[in-house]
Design a protein around this ligand. Sequence first.
Ligand SMILES: Cc1cc2nc3c(=O)[nH]c(=O)nc-3n(C[C@H](O)[C@H](O)[C@H](O)COP(=O)(O)OP(=O)(O)OC[C@H]3O[C@@H](n4cnc5c(N)ncnc54)[C@H](O)[C@@H]3O)c2cc1C
Length: 378
Amino acid sequence: MDFQLSDEQRLIQQTARQFAKKKIYPCSAEHDEQAKWPAEIHKQAWELGLMNVTVPEEYGGPGLGCLENVLVTEQLCWGCVGIGAGIMLNALPTEVLLIGANREQKKTCLGRLVAGEYAAYAVTEPCAGSDVAGIQTRAVKRGNEYLLNGSKVWISNANHASFFTILAKTDPDAGHRGMSFFLVDRDLPGLEVGNPIPKLGQKAGFSAEVFLNDVVVPESALIGQAGDGFKIAMQAFDGSRPMVAGFALGLMQRCIDLSLEYALERKTFGVPIIEHQAIAHKIAEMQMRMEASRLMTYQAAWLADQDKRNTLQASCAKAFACDAVMWVATETMQVYGGYGYSKEYPVEKLFRDAKVLQVYEGTSEIQRNIIARELAGR
Ligand SMILES: Cc1cc2nc3c(=O)[nH]c(=O)nc-3n(C[C@H](O)[C@H](O)[C@H](O)COP(=O)(O)OP(=O)(O)OC[C@H]3O[C@@H](n4cnc5c(N)ncnc54)[C@H](O)[C@@H]3O)c2cc1C
């Protein structure tokens, strides 16, 4: 067993760390307050090669793995998880394409991402999030075309995406086996994207509704075979959940840095508050939870890179890290006392940013269902 990162991994980690320190961190508060899309930061991240890191070399990307994707994610999200997540989210449609698409689709679509475009992963609907098989968007075959109708909600990066990987029902009577993914261009007639949905945190990242009203796509827009959609969606999670755990790692490290800084400086009863065991133990516990989260996350990512099944480890990492970050952010506010509650200090933002990590990419409850199912061998 080797816990050392390679020279190449350390280099990309340091590049991301420097970028987060210099470009993301200084303007994270402003983007949060104004719910402003950080276009210039995205452009610079793309120029530095920090976007689309998992796109294989044959399609124009750097061809790095899930672990490198996590390393970059963690650093960018230390700067701001709203901005960092937005930069990394092309990884979701990329995962769908790598699993299910044919060579021509990969060449075209991954090439577009590498050239600077965005894509969005559209599964959730107003009536169905956790219950993926409960979606109602329909794709009806008509000759050599499909007609799509329905609506999606909470689709991250939808406002900037030039195409979508959309899950729809092709055979409503076939349950899990009746769903299929489609590549859908944003400018097709009948496709509309709503305004960014106002939200509690991660405000520099946008999510929106996507409406499909008699959208016609050619048969060649089908990803994989008709009926493969559910399988592709579940497999894509095995690659993307370590990345979302990486969002939590970055945010946790930022909380710990701030807690430590404040606890060393703030005095009560004549001593820095870190001298009070209750505060010191809080910070120690934060570090313990972060170390455990990091090991689980790197292991889940490493397994993915070895082409080994990692469903159990990806869910463990996602649930553990995302629950841990909510606890760590809450305790960071406590370390700050009343100032933790103030908009003039950075920690209330971290608290707001943390919450959704227990929800998207499969809630903490759903991760536990998956873990139990994996253990039971079902
Ligand atoms: C900011 C943000 C960004 C997002 N980005 C995307 C995106 O890019 N693409 C996309 O497709 N989706 C996206 N989502 C949607 C997200 O994946 C869903 O919100 C999530 O899966 C939960 O679904 P839901 O909101 O419908 O909650 P529900 O499924 O209705 O769940 C409600 C509650 O019930 C619990 N619950 C439900 N079923 C069970 C069960 N069987 N056992 C135990 N508990 C259960 C849940 O854990 C939750 O606590 C995003 C969401 C947010 C908030």
